[in-house]
Ligand binder design. Sequence first.
Ligand SMILES: CC(C)(COP(=O)(O)OP(=O)(O)OC[C@H]1O[C@@H](n2cnc3c(N)ncnc32)[C@H](O)[C@@H]1OP(=O)(O)O)[C@@H](O)C(=O)NCCC(=O)NCCS
Length: 268
Amino acid sequence: MRGAFDKIGVHQSARDKRSLSHAQFEGDRLLPNPISIRLFAPPDIVQTSALHLRELPDDFVTQFGERFLARYHQAFAESPYAMVIVANDYATGRVVGALLGTLDAPAHYRWLVRHHGAELALRGASRAILHPSLGRDLVGTRVDRYARGIVRALIPKQPSGERKDSLPRRVGLLAHVMVAGDYHRCGIGSSLVAAYEIRAKYAGLDQLELATLPDGWGAGPFYERIGWKHGGERMRKSGERVTLYYRMLPKDVEHDEEKATHRRRREH
Ligand SMILES: CC(C)(COP(=O)(O)OP(=O)(O)OC[C@H]1O[C@@H](n2cnc3c(N)ncnc32)[C@H](O)[C@@H]1OP(=O)(O)O)[C@@H](O)C(=O)NCCC(=O)NCCS
């Protein structure tokens, strides 16, 4: 299915807030550069990791530097359980936005540990040695949890054998979204999120979730503006307080029928 969505769409609605450097003239009429919203391609990696570093300095993963981020983005792009969607300025070739999201977070992080875990751990550890405050934060708040996650990822999952009356809800995690500062408020962030929502719906997901920093430090008002619902606050095990948002995906009749057939078969 990935191939069918290689080009997700072209976003053309730049607003008057957009700076003139991103625009062209036709006669005396000002035209915005078209922005394409598409799936990540390997040459994007340098630009998406640099964008992450610049636009999301407070993300924990950002503390590990650009090369770590490049590998992290590669893992999202290659994973069968996740995706990277980018916004590309056609005229300049510049990647001006990116979104990293999962279709199945536990399966994705298991896959990430198996396929990129050693490289990420190596890059992370060398960064932590060079930056002792990061090392202290890692050891003090996260290392136990990460170690348990790695062990879980490496042990093959046994089927529980337990009969469940209903199918579990399928939830995706919007992990990161970022737009270059000089392209903010042009509709790019919302186009990236819309493209992710469409793909998640096609993949049969019921709901998407995300966590952002509270009290004006995160992007809560943006998510509310584009129709996501406030899902309360949570204290992470690392001690960080986050605000949760979620979006129910509209039901697809065909998919509902498939689920009902599946349920009926299990009842007989
Ligand atoms: C948050 C972010 C992705 C939004 O991208 P964007 O391209 O500027 O957003 P859009 O132009 O699509 O905005 C869609 C709507 O949300 C509004 N909006 C965007 N950012 C907003 C903000 N910070 N506060 C309130 N409203 C906001 C826009 O005005 C627009 O509303 P309108 O349709 O009424 O005009 C971008 O500001 C960004 O990259 N910020 C830094 C990284 C970040 O915080 N990422 C989220 C981490 S969880």
